[in-house]
Design a protein around this ligand. Sequence first.
Ligand code: NAG
Ligand code: NAG
Ligand code: NAG
Ligand code: NAG
Length: 408
Amino acid sequence: MKSSFHGLLLPFRKMKGNSQVLLLLLLLDVLPFFPPLQCLVSATNNGLLAEVWLEASSGSYVAKFNIGTPPQSKLLLLDIAQNSMLLQCRRSGISDVPRGPLVTGDSATFRSIAGKTGAAKKGMQLALDTFTFNTTDGVNPGLSDVKVEGMEFFCSPRRLTNAGVVGLGPGRLSPLLQLAARRHLPRHFAYCLSGVDQAPTPLFLLASNYTFMPMFQIGASLLHTPLLKRTKTMPGYRVGLKSISIGSRVLSINPKDLRGGLEISTTEPYTKLVSAAYTTLVREFRRLHNGIPRVKPPAGTPFDTCFNASGLGVTRVGPPVNQIDFVLGDGTVWIFFGWNSMVFLSEDVMCLGFLNAGTPPARSILGTFQQRDSLVEVDLEANRLGFYPTLSFIHTSCANFNFTRSSF
Ligand SMILES: *[C@@H]1O[C@H](CO)[C@@H](O)[C@H](O)[C@H]1NC(C)=O
Ligand SMILES: *[C@@H]1O[C@H](CO)[C@@H](O)[C@H](O)[C@H]1NC(C)=O
Ligand SMILES: *[C@@H]1O[C@H](CO)[C@@H](O)[C@H](O)[C@H]1NC(C)=O
Ligand SMILES: *[C@@H]1O[C@H](CO)[C@@H](O)[C@H](O)[C@H]1NC(C)=O
């Protein structure tokens, strides 16, 4: 580990100046407000913005994209591990070729791309259409939309669960790379997932300032860790995982078992750990919390360690349980407080929200529950992951992005 400094302030050790002191004060809940971290200046080369919603029925996260002419909003499954975009297109008449545009309505700008079908996945037709985005200065959406023409995607001949899937991997057909090339902006994106389905949260494309009300600009406060090389069997974004601790106690896990690293997923609901890490984590977690009455996991839940949380109380960062630290490739630590480790199944039943991934080649995957209210950035220019864990720590949340248009 790079730092010998343990405790609550660890994830924020890279913050500048007095912020550690401020955070300590915040923890003690004595500051009535938090001053803006930096002055904001608007620039002309703004990034793009899309809304992300939690679909309560499925637990999936979907991004709202506006596709076609005139634009139609479509909710596409957000899957950062995929390398392209897949949309539900309509079959027309006797032809088996999917014809545009999407499931409903018509688009004047839809074109299927003939001759490129060799590159297409089995049974998928490559097509293109115009996409419309909000711009963002990182604080608000801008007054006018931008149209991006000729965005390429695959048309699915089969019915999809959602209107489609938006991948944000580094492949040639990734919408991220297509947008970066057309807008001449760096290839990075960031998302923030909420645990509630009532409000949209931001997906920043090619932007770099991430500001949440009341004016917390966190872009400069992210922690970083290098991305690992993608492989055929592990195509998602992965980072190194060196060790895991609970309450600053390092779990004894053979480093060999962690060799596959940790994939960052926007589709797995809960973090999965390889068996060796999972069993050690559960054993130690149970031992450390033997003062909290255990309850039998209710039927139908994937969890095996549940507690009676009545009378336990709650802090700003969730129920008061020991923090779980993932020490990433270069020693950067991602801390999970109760908010991101304990799943409430009812008012008084909470379960440890980690699952067993099995033995390698199964790999550890960071699920969406553990990323709730954290800002996560993938930066393909610097080839690194950036993150800011637990926005509630600074009294804000993913749903606190200001979606009101501003004049720039
Ligand atoms: C982002 O913030 C930095 C630092 O405040 C500023 O220099 C830059 O112009 C901002 N960029 C945008 C697009 O607003
Ligand atoms: C842009 O943002 C406004 C305000 O949030 C929203 O009403 C509109 O639908 C968005 N447009 C696009 C193209 O995303
Ligand atoms: C949890 O404990 C409280 C108080 O002891 C009790 O009333 C409640 O029934 C318990 N709940 C479960 C699910 O065991
Ligand atoms: C949201 O942004 C708009 C436009 O800049 C601004 O007028 C409004 O005060 C902001 N809302 C909050 C709660 O900061």
